[in-house]
Ligand binder design. Structure first.
Ligand SMILES: [Zn+2]
Length: 324
């Protein structure tokens, strides 16, 4: 075996581009970040990404045999490296991210959906370290998801699977941003909680929410803040989101019999009402035997789970190419 294996991990976010050297033992080195400035379009973003990768690789004294792993917003096809579209990055319509970055850096590149990267990162280096059957749910502006079953990332025939935020938890539920009806995301995403907050704020029960928002449009943070102060209407919104989370999680528990459900994203980590309600309601939506084996835990790597996961996939790719 050759010496210590290291790669470059990249997280392509709507706001920031982040990159670092990721070591096989989970250390992270030479971290750098620049603004994505996504409005400049994909060619400029790729150029920024290539420059960033070049600087990080140089700082880490990595040679041309290293691999770059990129966590990118999807939907994308990891086999072709093409991003189909993404709401936060204007102009990325069927854009060949992998090949464009590889051409500019001269390095081999692997790409994967950011939520899939997050489950890989948590399973390799974070809250699910050592676990072989893991479900990840990232609760934020939207709801991302990832599945590891029997040690393998499950993403389907063209890599588009694992969209756990868009499983239906109510056939007559609210419309989702994806166009579907009653998705988990339509209950528990930031926008869904804000929507419920807006509905309550115009009623006689909405005084605390109106105060929390300072007269502006209600944000999920306002709902969480009002709930933390004990406001019953705000707590009811989060408990309902938690029940939706339980319905989806129960289905995942029955389907995959995971040992861990890892909850990441700003909302999941930031509010205890959602998680408490989800844990309490889980018996309504899952078999006892599987439920007793599954633990719901908070993600450990925070904003870095996607970055670590991208690095882990690049490390796997490096291993596949090493013959000694
Ligand atoms: Zn949806």
């Amino acid at each position: 075996m050759t010496g210590e294996r290291r790669v470059v991990g990249v997280d392509l976010g709507g706001t920031n581009l982040r990159a670092a050297v990721i070591c096989a033992d989970g250390r992270i080195e030479h971290r750098q970040s620049v603004a994505t400035d996504a409005q400049d379009g994909p060619e400029m973003v790729i150029k920024r990404m290539a420059d960033l990768v070049g600087r990080v690789a140089a700082d880490g004294a990595l040679d041309s045999s290293t691999v770059v792993g990129v966590a990118a917003p999807g939907p994308l096809n990891p086999k072709t490296g093409v991003v189909h579209f993404t709401p936060n990055l204007p102009g990325w319509l069927n854009y060949p991210l992998r090949d464009a970055l590889s051409e500019q850096t001269g390095l081999r590149v692997v790409v994967e959906n950011d939520a899939n990267c997050a489950v890989v990162g948590e399973a390799r280096f974070g809250a699910a370290k050592g676990a072989s059957d893991v479900i990840y749910l990232g609760l934020g502006t939207g709801v991302g998801g990832g599945i590891i079953a029997d040690g393998k990332l499950i993403s389907g025939v063209s890599g588009l699977g694992g969209e756990l935020g868009h499983v239906c938890v109510s056939i007559d539920g609210p419309r989702c941003t994806c166009g579907g009806v009653g998705c988990l995301e339509a209950y528990v995403a930031g926008w869904a909680i804000a929507r419920e907050g807006d509905l309550v704020a115009v009623t006689s029960d909405g005084a605390a929410l109106r105060e929390a928002s300072g007269g502006k449009a209600i944000t999920p943070r306002d709902v969480i803040a009002a709930a933390a102060d004990g406001d019953a209407a705000a707590i009811a919104i989060l408990v309902r989101a938690g029940r939706a989370l339980a319905a989806a999680t129960g289905s995942f528990i029955n389907t995959f019999n995971p040992e861990l459900i890892v909850i990441g994203g700003g909302l999941g980590v930031g509010d205890s009402h959602i998680l408490t309600a989800a844990r309490d309601a889980l018996p309504d939506y899952s078999f006892r035997a599987q439920r007793e084996e599954a633990r719901i835990v908070i993600a450990k790597l925070g904003d870095d789970s996607g970055l670590f996961g991208a690095g882990a996939l690049a490390l796997d790719s490096l291993r596949e190419s090493v013959t000694v």
